[in-house]
Design a protein around this ligand. Sequence first.
Ligand SMILES: Cc1cc2nc3c(=O)[nH]c(=O)nc-3n(C[C@H](O)[C@H](O)[C@H](O)COP(=O)(O)OP(=O)(O)OC[C@H]3O[C@@H](n4cnc5c(N)ncnc54)[C@H](O)[C@@H]3O)c2cc1C
Length: 381
Amino acid sequence: MPRNIYSEDHESFRASVREFVERTLRPRAEEMVRDKCIARDMWREAGKQGFLGLDIPEEYGGAGIDDYLFNAVCSEEISKFNAAVSSCFGIHSDVCPPYIVDLGTPEQKQRWLPDMAAGEKICAIAMTEPSGGSDLAALKTTAVRDGDGWVINGSKTFITNGFQADLVIVATRTDPAKGAKGITLFMVEDGMAGFTRGRKLDKVGQEESDTAELFFDNVRVSDENRIGEEGMGFIAMMQRLPQERVGAAVSNISHVAQILAETLDYVKERKAFGQSIGSLQHNKFKLAEMVTRVEVTQAYVDDCLVAHANGTLTSVDAAKAKWFSAQVQNDVLDECVQLYGGYGFMNEYRVARAWRDARVTKIWAGSNEIMKELIGRDLGL
Ligand SMILES: Cc1cc2nc3c(=O)[nH]c(=O)nc-3n(C[C@H](O)[C@H](O)[C@H](O)COP(=O)(O)OP(=O)(O)OC[C@H]3O[C@@H](n4cnc5c(N)ncnc54)[C@H](O)[C@@H]3O)c2cc1C
């Protein structure tokens, strides 16, 4: 079914993202796996091409485009190449900027946004802690008022871009008595005394992303590094998580659609019992189901995308798109591995890596269970 949400402008933008993927990213795919990160010069190139600051206002070095469909196009094309790389760029350019653009002071915007848009400074967001990620309101990292500043203590884990980040938006507890209303966001910057990182975590998939633990040992920050009002951090995160979740859904479905297309080519070539393995009836029916599931899911994600671009996407619909696309992605990729037989278990085959890379999409940015919890609550249950 042809998709009809994109205009000619979106499609010509897509061509430029594709060119960036082919020229700058794909030739260095193995380097990213080896180094467990995207090299700085690739970030800068993405910045130069204008892919990192789509919704950052022009006065702060961005493109100032108020149309989320451009962000989606960027995510789709990079996800087709690689889910981990898409997640790193997505956190930096899609998840983090709204916190600064919407909540930052003019001085903060001037201080951080131009370097983010240029790919000179990499940004991360640190919510999850070793003691838990699902129950965000229970986070333990503290920021305690001290004179005219704050002192941060605690740790975060599983932070995408965490090892390289120059800027980290950190969710802290500023009032232990107030639960979710006692959470405040601060920007912690590379080089601040007491801010250290652990190793790049050794993951089952997505080797290309530098996922890390972060430690805060009496890190002093001033009020100039507080993002938004004191006590408003939880609300700020809840308001922006729908964008993170619809972005995750865009990436999930684009990633699986691409690998499914590659699998279709494979099953037409590969022979068993004198015919292509794709034309064996069991496999043909499986592929028919897989294509149907991906296309139907894409249609729902597209509706969510249009709603988000129009400012009408609800957090519940974003949750539906996020969990369902993750489930479809994982189910379909598992079937794709099966269709490749033994080759599907070899790391040199894209399908194998894609299958490993996809596993986390049911866990991060709010697990599938948490998404269903949100949907269930909305049903009055
Ligand atoms: C590769 C990777 C990158 C990540 N990047 C980031 C990042 O950039 N920033 C960041 O802040 N975090 C990041 N995360 C963390 C991620 O968001 C958390 O792992 C996730 O929210 C789950 O939290 P947890 O791991 O502490 O699991 P827990 O909260 O301990 O949950 C464990 C299990 O219990 C289930 N569960 C919990 N509560 C309920 C409930 N009420 N009902 C039913 N089941 C429940 C969960 O669904 C899960 O299956 C990343 C994680 C990974 C693996």
